[in-house]
Design a binder for this molecule. Structure first.
Ligand code: ANZ
Ligand code: ZN
Length: 855
């Protein structure tokens, strides 16, 4: 995931890019063609706010931040392909963001709608629902978010809801991220029921005939006590228009519309409601009439904007009845005996689960049925009556794309008084941001004040028209940047379809878990849209590409979500006791100035140690407690590896190539065999960690173990020692690239590696660098400890042999193996009782003999 150019690189960046850099280097040593690109998520509010605070143009601020961060990134030795660098604020990038917007437009996947939107009174902008926290505060400014009605651009992501849900199955992503996405999409199966208005109570002029409700519990249809509609439901506006209703009801409704208590639908908030004076007829029992209320807990954007209230089985509805003096509460479902007891709400015992329908007259012929079956049967009955239907709803709303801010890609639309919303012709893209616009942070879209830019000609009828003054949500910019990396300099298209189909999907996507929902969902949506509209080429031209038959237009095959970093070392302690005071601290993020400065750490300990330490402290998905103290351990280890390489090169040259040595193995003794085995154990562990599990800490631990072993090796002229060392340096390199290169060169200069024949592809060319070498390949057969035959004596006499046991087994293990042999029965167990004989003493000559003295 590319960073936001805040100007400061924090430890979170160091972590994510150390991981990606390590993986990129590893895979390229494995012979893969790796694209490891970098870019900048450069549009967005902070630049604009900084510009307002400091009087610098957002463009200038952003560019100087990019320069700073690029420098800092080089400090941690990340090997990005800078030829692919992009910044979303570059006109040659946002030209294509606008192009994609127009693609969506021409496929009717974006539309304009008057909508109640979240308004941040501090940042003076519209916020997406996701940018409002559960307390109704803005995620950026922290202000209490207000509601306003504005014309906005939306993307029809809801049209992809089912596919976005289903295709999660095709992804190699952490389960918790998938379930977060699934919950966000929020598929809900249920039914719509039509309640016709009772003509006796409907005032003249209200031409609404029925109110449809959405319910996920059709089995409770006979427990309905009232209907409630959202304050901006069409019925309410019709009521408002009727003269005789211009009373308290209408006033109250207006009141609710103007002062909604937020979008929170939690069951604890007060359930204010207003009776409309109208009644509706039950869809399956025309003798029953239920009152219709206006209630602010009913969301206008979900389902039909109307609900049926079932107080006996829904906590919220129960509360509503209490507060609005609705007394008819009819339980219609009861728990099955084996189900849990029903929870008690207030004084009323209330069962909210699925169960079995009560055998009461209300439930008619459905009494006795299981909830699930009853629901189906009731839907079928209502369908037959033309008063209902099965329906699937999704909680996910369409994506609000427009922002009333300056620092973003302008919406490429021209508004003409006669033609309406007209797309800017492709040839006129990009619609560049005008410069010199006054930014005050107040008063709506700054672009509306750029009069010269604003006024233009309608591309269709040539009459005076105006540009759209909104800019696109930055999530639009970041929804497709990975595709631009594939073909960053294309000036005819956002990217070449053939290149996309050859390279997509992204193999490994790494970034913060805070993007688990929105960014990933939007990127999936846009990628699917582009793929379906053949931006990756026609399906039949994709033959032979990486995209198999089952490809569903998903952008990221594998996802590695990295945990937050807590900085322990920046915590104060109480002088004297050295205790930590109780305190709270926030995650290191772009908006916070706290945390450890990576460049400081690199200056003190070096980039290699910083990287290794970062990878060693915790698995990537875990929270990392940054602790500068123990980084010294990594430094020491690096130094030890250095000493090892030195010691090797001082020794005499190898006589044969490793290749030969490995095949002949004539001069291998116990030590060389063990070195070879240990090396292969490390190869297995490190390769698996970097390839599959991403447990870098395990990889480092394995390399430390190998180092320890190599230190114990006495014959350092032996080819297996050289082999171990070569592998150690190679495997260390992706994680600690500078020491890796250095040691490779030292070893090479001293002629040490030259003699190793294999493994070095470009020796003549001054070594060629460790990253041009191939990754050590695993010799599986070497993993087994070499085996020996151990003679078993009982009371000093040879009785039997243990063939093929692992070398270097301890006395206890050998004794155990010996007892398990069939021959042991005769010598180690009592003839009559079969009980084991008492063992008085064991004499053990490692790898040769075990003498068991029994009574
Ligand atoms: C009757 C009922 C009885 C309900 C019962 C629940 C339990 P999910 O699962 O999230 O889709 N509902 C429907 N539209 C609503 C709206 N616009 N605003 C607020 N609430 C709305 O939730 C579906 C349930 O949420 C629906 O099922 C409806 O209440 C409510 F024992 O209908 B239920
Ligand atoms: Zn026109």
């Amino acid at each position: 995931m590319f960073p936001y150019p805040s100007g400061v690189l924090h430890m979170g960046h160091v972590r994510v890019y150390t991981i990606s850099d390590t993986l990129a280097r590893f895979h390229s040593m494995r012979g893969k063609h790796v694209i490891h690109p970098m870019g900048w998520d450069a549009f967005g509010l902070p630049a604009e706010n900084a510009a307002i605070e400091r009087g610098i143009a957002p463009d200038q601020w952003t560019r100087s931040n990019i320069a700073k961060m690029k420098d800092q990134l080089s400090l941690i030795l990340t090997d990005f392909d800078w030829t692919r660098e992009l910044a979303t604020c570059n006109p040659d990038y946002y030209k294509w963001t606008q192009h994609i917007f127009l693609q969506l437009f021409s496929h009717d996947m974006v539309y304009q709608k008057e909508a109640m939107v979240n308004w941040d009174p501090v940042d003076q902008t519209v916020l997406a629902n996701e940018q409002v926290d559960k307390d109704g505060l803005s995620w950026r400014s922290g202000a209490v978010v207000e509601q306003r009605k504005l014309k906005q651009w939306f993307a029809r992501i809801s049209a992809y809801a089912q596919d976005l849900l289903d295709d999660l199955d095709t992804l190699d992503w952490p389960e918790h991220v998938k379930s977060m996405q699934a919950n966000w999409i929020g598929r809900s199966e249920g039914a719509e029921f039509d309640f016709y208005l009772d003509p006796l109570t409907a005032p003249a002029g209200v031409d609404v005939q029925s109110v449809s409700v959405f319910t996920s519990r059709p089995d409770t249809l006979f427990g309905v006590s009232y209907l409630a509609v959202a304050p901006d439901h069409p019925l309410v506006s019709k009521l408002c228009l009727t003269k005789d209703n211009a009373d308290s009801v209408v006033e109250r409704a207006r009141d609710i519309v103007n002062n909604p208590s937020g979008s929170c639908d939690c069951s604890h908030s007060a359930k204010t409601g207003t009776f409309t004076g109208l009644y509706a007829i039950h869809p399956l029992d025309s003798s029953r009439k239920v009152p219709i209320y206006i209630a602010d807990y009913v969301l206008s954007g979900y389902g039909t904007g109307a609900v049926m209230g079932v107080p006996a089985h829904d906590v919220r509805d129960h509360k509503f009845c209490q507060e609005n003096a609705i007394t008819s509460i009819q339980p219609v479902v009861e728990p099955m005996p084996e189900y849990e007891a029903s929870p008690t709400v207030g004084n009323a015992s209330q069962f909210t689960g699925m169960g079995v329908l009560c055998k009461i007259t209300e439930n008619g012929k459905f009494g006795g049925m299981l909830s699930k079956d009853a629901g189906q049967a009731i839907i079928a009955a209502a369908t037959a009556e033309g008063r209902g239907r099965a329906v699937v709803n999704y909680r996910m709303r369409d994506w609000l794309l427009s922002r009333q801010r300056y620092w973003g890609a302008p919406v490429p639309i021209i508004h003409c008084p006669s033609c309406g919303a007209v797309p800017v012709p492709e040839a006129d893209l990009p619609v560049k941001l005008p410069t010199g616009v006054e930014l005050s942070g107040r008063g709506g879209s700054p672009l509306a004040r750029a009069t010269e830019w604003l006024n233009c000609k309608c591309p269709q009828c040539n009459s005076p028209a105006k540009r759209d003054t909104d800019t696109l949500d930055t999530f639009v910019d970041s929804s497709w940047y990975y595709l631009r990396y594939i073909d960053p300099h294309n000036n005819k298209l956002p990217f070449d379809p053939a290149k996309a189909s050859a390279a997509m999907p992204v193999d490994i996507y790494i970034g913060g878990v805070e993007h688990a929902i929105l960014h990933l969902l939007y990127a999936r949506f846009i990628c699917k849209f582009l793929w379906r509209t053949h931006a990756f080429g026609l399906p039949d031209t994709q033959q032979g590409s990486r995209l198999g038959r089952s490809y569903k237009g998903e952008p990221f095959k594998r996802l590695l979500t990295q945990g937050m970093i807590d900085s322990n070392s920046s915590q104060p302690h109480i002088i004297g006791t050295r205790q930590r005071p109780e305190m709270t601290y926030e995650k290191m993020s772009k908006s916070k100035y706290n945390g450890v400065d990576p460049s400081e750490t690199v200056r003190k300990f070096g980039a290699d140690a910083t990287r290794l330490h970062m990878l060693y402290l915790a698995p990537p998905q875990d929270v990392l407690e940054w602790d500068t103290q123990s980084i010294i351990g990594m430094q020491r280890w690096i130094n030890r590896v250095g000493r090892l390489v030195d010691s090797a090169s001082e020794s005499s040259r190898l006589s044969s190539t490793l290749d030969e040595a490995l095949t002949s193995r004539s001069d291998w003794n116990k030590e060389s065999k063990e070195t070879y085995r240990q090396t292969n154990v490390a190869i297995q562990k490190v390769t698996e960690a970097l390839e599959t599990t991403f447990s870098f800490n395990t990889a480092i631990a394995a390399l430390i173990e190998l180092t320890n072993h190599l230190f114990l090796v006495e014959n350092r002229t032996h080819s297996t020692f050289g082999y171990g060392l070569v592998c150690l340096v190679k495997m260390l390199s992706p994680m600690a690239p500078s020491i890796g290169e250095e040691l490779w060169e030292i070893a090479g200069k001293n002629g040490y590696l030259n003699t190793l024949g294999i493994e070095c592809r470009t020796l003549s060319n001054n070594m060629g660098g460790v990253f041009l070498q191939s990754w050590p390949s695993l010799d599986k057969s070497a993993l087994k400890k070499h085996s020996v035959t151990v003679v078993v004596q009982v009371n000093g006499k040879v009785r039997f042999k243990l063939e093929d046991v692992d070398a270097d087994q301890g006395q206890d293990e050998l004794l155990q193996i010996a007892k398990e042999q069939s021959q042991a029965q005769k010598w180690l167990f009592d003839k009559n009782s079969g009980a084991p004989k008492d063992i008085i003493k064991v004499i053990h000559v490692p790898n040769k003999l075990i003498n068991i003295i029994v009574k």
